[in-house]
Design a protein around this ligand. Sequence first.
Ligand SMILES: CC(C)(COP(=O)(O)OP(=O)(O)OC[C@H]1O[C@@H](n2cnc3c(N)ncnc32)[C@H](O)[C@@H]1OP(=O)(O)O)[C@@H](O)C(=O)NCCC(=O)NCCS
Length: 247
Amino acid sequence: MLEIIWNRSPAKLSLTPEAVHVWRASLLQLPERYERLVQTLSADEQLRAERFRFEQVKRRFKTGRGLLRLLLSRYLEIAPAQIQFEYGVQGKPALAEKLNKIDLRFNLAHSEDFISLAVSCGREIGLDLELIRPLKEAEKIAEQFFSTSEYTKLCSLTDKEKVLGFFNCWTRKEAYIKAQGSGLAYPLNQFEVSLAPGEPPALLNVAGAPQETSRWSWQELIPAEGYLAALIVEGHNWNLACWDFFD
Ligand SMILES: CC(C)(COP(=O)(O)OP(=O)(O)OC[C@H]1O[C@@H](n2cnc3c(N)ncnc32)[C@H](O)[C@@H]1OP(=O)(O)O)[C@@H](O)C(=O)NCCC(=O)NCCS
């Protein structure tokens, strides 16, 4: 796997059609910034946050939205509170068209204490992030949600390989459906990704859409020890830059 270097955030941000930027932040870095971030949320985001039952989930959502607004405001050179979103049929947020003169696209992912954000220009993008942990019910989940050949491949791995194999598959499948914007409305067993540890990320097969396998390209990322992220980007020949939100 390509060694990724996470750099300090540059003072000025600009995006070209060949660039893909990935940002990472730990929620543990953020307590003193939290109140300032939350103040930038819109009324509907505040309302949505109040509907989460668990404090940790509420805080993660608010922090994610605050960071997203802060970051987009830097690309667009407007105030974070001025950012407006539009939503796809299955809830994928996008920048409101009237603000989006550069066709900026983004996708956000959170898991436990980490948030990561991918940004591109004129290319669809999907990102998923998971904390790697042994799951007792992994094979059951795989049997229910993975394709038959993914499930068979997972079962053929050694017990040690299975944990990473499972999360390779999970993050790659999620990244693909997030790039599509379809969420779980897209049947997860209708496409197949690579999963064996050491195997590069790939879309191997999409039922009814063979052109999909060459339409996308991938990058595997490890934003922090114990976490795994899959990034999928429309097209090829793009350059990746990875940055820390805060030094
Ligand atoms: C909503 C979904 C897109 C991602 O959910 P998730 O893994 O819980 O959450 P993530 O942290 O990866 O991503 C959440 C962010 O994705 C974005 N998002 C929301 N709906 C989206 C959609 N339809 N498409 C793409 N991105 C979407 C939002 O920015 C959201 O952040 P928000 O909470 O601030 O609005 C959807 O795929 C889902 O519900 N997955 C459930 C997980 C699952 O069962 N996976 C099985 C894998 S085998």
